[in-house]
Structures are given as structure tokens and as C-alpha cells.
Write a protein that binds this ligand. Structure first.
Ligand SMILES: Nc1ncnc2c1ncn2[C@@H]1O[C@H](COP(=O)(O)OP(=O)(O)OP(=O)(O)O)[C@@H](O)[C@H]1O
Ligand SMILES: [Mg+2]
Length: 364
């Protein structure tokens, strides 16, 4: 067998190069001066779906190439590799015989006159890399959106508490002082009404601020924050709710606490909105460096496959996104007439931070 360093006759060299041409996993396409494909290796046949025979001198390269891709997904013929000699590698949008389009990493070289051909192009399918890149981009963007939303909720919650909340409180104190002054009965009645309205407004502002972002989550951690959410939930919806905590009790990274709190909030609100039930059960357990949370109702249940395909709301989708960003998972079990269980698992390290995360997307 000939090798590059020890090649014998021209015949040996030619059969050696032929063997490379045949066995290369990258697609090789040879083009003549008019732009017709005059030769392809087996990898190219597989990639573009045309046989060497079908192509040979009959199919123009433009039937395979949709253009040179720019950094976005758009392809253009303005920068055609056949005219631009100084673009040795580029990204080509390839179209197969059956019309399927995909991105390919391409490199090209002009062939010498005596070869009888004009150009050789080498192609490698980049669909999988593009899919991975798109998914990564999606994760990064989702992470930014979730972070920004939490920050904004924190800010609005603080502003409501410290701004409108304090102003209403000052009004209540002022009215108490007014109440000590002499006035007629009609005035006193009006004042009492105003006092009641202001107290109610203050309660609403406080509850809105807590709903937006409970300070207990940052100050005391996941379990106390869920405990006080459950109390408010019971008062609002009249649904008996039970919390069971097992295993280690500790603080987790802010990202983990926020994600689990929001998932619990969404699952319980869904139960109140749709399950037609009077009980909800929450169980949190921390064993073997993984935190698990189950939110269960014995209500009407729903067809998970249909709902997830239809994508009627963002709640269930958001739960999965939040857990996936932290290297965890959410399983939704529901049976019509039997109820629903949302089961979240996040693997953790010793410090209570997520174990498997993409460093590009994770924010403690
Ligand atoms: N615990 C549950 N019991 C019964 N049906 C449920 C339950 N949780 C969810 N569903 C069903 O799944 C659907 C999708 O829920 P999801 O939380 O994704 O969206 P949503 O609550 O409709 O809207 P959003 O959460 O965006 O405000 C609901 O519309 C409801 O039909
Ligand atoms: Mg919902």
C-alpha cells in the first residue's frame, strides 16, 4: 500500500487518491467551468441525495447550493464562491434532491487547468451543530428573561412596599390624629370610611408586594417562603394545603430557591384554577444531594399530552424551563378524574447550588 511519503508509480498515486476520495466522510463535489457538477464522492451522494450518474454534467451547482450563509440564517448568492477566489471556507446553504435544506461548512479550491474541471468543494453537514447552538442560545435567552423578570419583580415589590405602602401608612397615621379633633358626626363618619378604605388599600399593596416577590424567600429561604405562600393561598382560595418537609433543611442558591418557589406557586395556582379540588399537598425532600418537590392534587386531572402539544398556557412550560436551566427536571403526571402531580428534581452540590449547569447560563 502506497503512502504519502512513499508513493511509487503514478498509477499507485492515483489509486491512493481515489481511495481517499471514496472513503472521505466529507462530501466532495467537483464542478466544471460552466458550473455543472462533474464528479462527487459517495459521501456527497449520501449528503445531497443525487447519484453520481444523475449529476454528472447534468446538474448545475446552483441546484444544490442555495447561497452562501452569512452570520444570520439568511443565504445569499451575492458572494458566490465561484467568483470570489479568496474565500476558502464559508457556510453554504445546501438543498438536497428531495428539497431538504441544511447548513454545511464548505471549503473550495480552484483546480488546475489540466484537470479538466474548475472547482472542488468540500462540504460537511452542520445541522446538528446548528441545532445544539440554537438550543444553547435559547437557554441563555430564557435564563436572561427569567433573571430580568425576577429582578424587576423585586424592584416593583420593594417600590410598592417602600413607596405607596409607606405613603398609605402615613395617611392612616394622619387620619388617626384627625380623629382626635372635634368634628361633627357626618365628618367623623366620612373619616371612618376613608380610614377603612386606606387600611384595605394598604393590605392590598402589601399582599401585591409579597405576591410579586416575597422578602421571606431572600431573607429566610425556600421552606419559610413556601409556608407563608401556602397560608395566603388557603385564605385566598379556601383550599386546605399541607406542607411536608423531609431530609436536610438548609439554604439553597438563590436560583434554586427562586425556581422551586415559582414552580410551587404556579402548580398550586393551577390546582386552584382548574383542579376543582379542596386539598393540595406539597412535599419537599432533600436527600443525597438532590432536592425534590411534589405538588399534588386529587382533582379533575387533565390530558398532559394534549395540553403540552397545544401549549395553552406558559405555566407548565415555564416550570420545565426553570428546572432544566438548573440541570433538573419536571415530570407532570395527571389522570382524568384522579388528579395531578408535579414532580421536580434538581441535583445539588454540598453548598445547595445546582450540580449540572451550563456555566454560560447559570447565575447563582
Ligand atoms: N392541577 C391541574 N388540574 C387540572 N388541569 C390542570 C392543572 N394544571 C394545569 N392544568 C391544565 O393545563 C393547562 C395548562 O396549564 P398552564 O399552567 O401551562 O397554563 P395556564 O394556567 O392555562 O396559563 P398560564 O399559566 O400561562 O397563566 C391549563 O389550562 C389546564 O387546562
Ligand atoms: Mg398556569
Amino acid at each position: 500500500m502506497a503512502s504519502f511519503t512513499n508513493m511509487g508509480s503514478a498509477r499507485e498515486t492515483s489509486s491512493f487518491l481515489e481511495s481517499i476520495f471514496k472513503h472521505m466522510t466529507d462530501a466532495i463535489i467537483v464542478i466544471d467551468k460552466q458550473g455543472f457538477v462533474v464528479g462527487v464522492n459517495p459521501a456527497a451522494e449520501t449528503l445531497i441525495g443525487w447519484s453520481a450518474e444523475e449529476l454528472s454534467g447534468k446538474v448545475h451547482v446552483c441546484a444544490i447550493c442555495k447561497g452562501i450563509a452569512t452570520c444570520s440564517e439568511e443565504a445569499t448568492c451575492a458572494e458566490c464562491f465561484r467568483e470570489k477566489l479568496n474565500v476558502p471556507s464559508f457556510e453554504m446553504r445546501v438543498i438536497t434532491k428531495s428539497g431538504h435544506e441544511f447548513p454545511a461548512a464548505a471549503s473550495s479550491a480552484r483546480l488546475p487547468e489540466e484537470s479538466g474541471a474548475d472547482f472542488v468543494v468540500i462540504l460537511r453537514d452542520m445541522s446538528e451543530q446548528h441545532r445544539i447552538e440554537r438550543e444553547r442560545f435559547h437557554r441563555v435567552m430564557t435564563n436572561y428573561v427569567i433573571q430580568a423578570q425576577e429582578e424587576e419583580r423585586k424592584r416593583v415589590s420593594r417600590d410598592l412596599h417602600d413607596g405607596v405602602g409607606q405613603a398609605l401608612y402615613s395617611i392612616i397615621v394622619g387620619m388617626k390624629v384627625l380623629d382626635q379633633l372635634p368634628m361633627d358626626e357626618v365628618m367623623r363618619h366620612h373619616l371612618a370610611e376613608l380610614q377603612q378604605m386606606t387600611v384595605r388599600a394598604l393590605e392590598e399593596v402589601r399582599s401585591l408586594a409579597v405576591d410579586l416577590r416575597p422578602s421571606a424567600l431572600d431573607d429566610l429561604g425556600l421552606v419559610p417562603a413556601i409556608r407563608s405562600f401556602i397560608k395566603r393561598f388557603e385564605q385566598t382560595f379556601g383550599i386546605e394545603s399541607y406542607l411536608e418537609v423531609e431530609g436536610k433543611q438548609r439554604r439553597y442558591s438563590s436560583a434554586v430557591e427562586t425556581a422551586l418557589y415559582r414552580i410551587c406557586q404556579e402548580a398550586m395556582t393551577n390546582a386552584a384554577k382548574y383542579a376543582d379540588t379542596d386539598q393540595v399537598f406539597v412535599r419537599i425532600s432533600d436527600y443525597n444531594n438532590r432536592i425534590e418537590m411534589k405538588i399534588e392534587d386529587h382533582g379533575c386531572g387533565f390530558d398532559t399530552e394534549q395540553i403540552l402539544i397545544q401549549g395553552t398556557g406558559l405555566g407548565l412550560y415555564g416550570m420545565k424551563e426553570r428546572a432544566n436551566l438548573l440541570g433538573g427536571d419536571v415530570k407532570i403526571h395527571s389522570t382524568i378524574g384522579r388528579g395531578t402531580t408535579i414532580h421536580v428534581v434538581i441535583p445539588l452540590d454540598e453548598e445547595g447550588a445546582p450540580l449540572y449547569v451550563d456555566p454560560g447560563t447559570y447565575c447563582r
